[in-house]
Design a protein around this ligand. Structure first.
Ligand code: APR
Ligand code: PHB
Length: 392
């Protein structure tokens, strides 16, 4: 058994773990990141690509914003359609802020590069990660790598290991409460090397089901359509996808859609999930380890970033002054913002999708709410404030 020490062990090398590790590094706090997969595997995952201003400022603070500032696309608003109607919600006008369209994969790539340049310790292909003594002042984490056992002594453990990780399950079951809602449909998404149909995102409510027109850059489009949970990507030819997507969009938008072969095609389920509390002794949960949102509104990565913000500032205060208030309040403060992002993602999902048992009345309610949103500035402001991200 090899024995080593660090200040913070970070379990999981996704965006949460990497961002936390890079921010701590900037303040002279050491960490070790333990990742179950390889870097290539982590970078092959395609996820949403809309960044809130809070995440942008964390990326700047972490010294990893250069490529994002030059390649990211600032979006001042979004389009919402229902049937053949379409309207715009102007984020800039209502909040003074915009969002940045820049893929999560690129965020993760930039973070890996920065960690490698600054000598960050990231262990890949680790197995059997276990967290010990989290309720004491001397926690430690054990794992194996290539058949060799390791023990890392530390001050704190950050559980950034996603929904299927070990960190959440380390909190005893009788001390944790989990809240969950599973939606009765999925999103079939494709990536294609075609110019986006619109320079702003289009969220579409149609009688045939939800659709979303998004992008990664000026020649890379990301499109989604609501599908059945039993659907398989291989059951959808590219032609079938494009035909269905166009049928869910206003006719003038569909007419100018440039189609092409898909580079990637996959189905994602939709889930709302929150675990309370997000802290147990010296173990802190961040990101998907503690909560999941449906992708409508792109709050997954952004909500992970807000956790990282609170934990980073709490740890920084502790190491710089000995003050434990930031880490003591972590769970309550993080959860208060998490629940607001959950509410927004649930509301936007409920407004935009077809539900299997939805009645004509339910559909009329959606249309009435969309018409209210279209014509009411206060409703647009509430949506814009949530979309650009509530303040930390
Ligand atoms: N040991 C070590 N690493 C683990 C373990 C484990 N037992 N279990 C999971 N991991 C790793 C996964 O391989 C993954 O790379 O933890 C990482 C978690 O990364 P994500 O799932 O991406 O979660 P997070 O970093 O919180 O990212 C936030 O925002 O858009 C959303 O869901 C999307 O991933 C995104 C999230
Ligand atoms: C995406 O570009 O993948 C995306 C954008 C906005 C969303 C969800 C996904 O709400």
């Amino acid at each position: 058994m090899s024995d080593s020490s660090t200040q913070v062990v970070i379990i999981g090398g996704g965006p949460s773990g990497l961002l936390l590790s890079q921010l701590l590094h900037v303040r002279g706090i050491n960490s070790v990141v333990l990742e179950r997969k390889t870097k290539d595997y982590v970078l092959s995952r395609i996820r949403a690509g809309v960044l809130e201003r809070g995440l942008l400022s964390l990326m700047r603070e972490a010294g990893v914003s250069e490529r994002m500032e030059s390649e990211g696309l600032a979006h001042d608003g979004t389009l919402i359609s229902y049937g053949d109607q379409m309207f715009r919600v102007d984020f800039k006008e209502h909040t003074g802020n915009s969002v940045m369209v820049y893929g999560q994969t690129e965020v993760t790539r930039d973070l890996y590069e920065a960690r490698e340049k600054t000598g960050g310790k990231i262990e890949f292909n680790v197995e059997d990660v276990e967290i010990h003594n989290a309720k004491t002042d001397a926690p430690f984490v054990t794992h194996t790598q290539a058949g060799i056992s390791h023990r890392i002594n530390c001050d704190f453990v950050a559980g950034c290991d996603g929904f299927h990780g070990v960190s959440r399950k380390t909190i005893p079951q009788d001390l944790r409460k989990e809240y969950e809602k599973v939606y009765p449909f999925g999103w079939l998404g494709i990536l294609s090397a075609t110019p986006p149909v619109s320079h702003e995102l289009i969220y579409a409510n149609s009688e045939r089901g939800f659709a979303l027109c998004s992008m990664r850059n000026k020649n890379l489009s990301r499109y989604y359509i609501q599908c059945d949970l039993s659907d398989r990507p291989e059951n959808w030819s590219d032609d079938a996808f494009w035909t269905e997507l166009k049928r869910r969009l206003p006719a003038d938008v569909a007419a100018k859609m440039v189609t092409g072969p898909s580079i990637e095609k996959s189905i994602a389920p939709l889930r709302s999930f929150v675990c309370e509390p997000m802290r147990w002794g010296r173990l802190f949960l961040c990101g998907d380890a503690a909560h999941i949102v449906p992708p409508t509104g792109a709050k997954g990565l952004n909500t992970a970033a807000s956790d990282v913000n609170y934990l980073y500032n709490g740890l920084r205060k502790f190491y710089e002054t000995g003050d434990t208030s930031g880490i003591d309040n972590y769970s309550a403060v993080a959860l208060s913002r998490v629940w607001k992002a959950e509410r927004f993602s649930w509301w936007f999902s409920s407004l935009m999708h077809r539900y299997p048992k939805q009645s004509d009345f339910d559909f009329k309610m959606q249309v009435a709410e969309l018409e209210f949103l279209r014509s009411n500035q206060a409703a647009q402001q509430a949506m814009a404030e949530n979309y650009v991200g509530l303040p930390y």
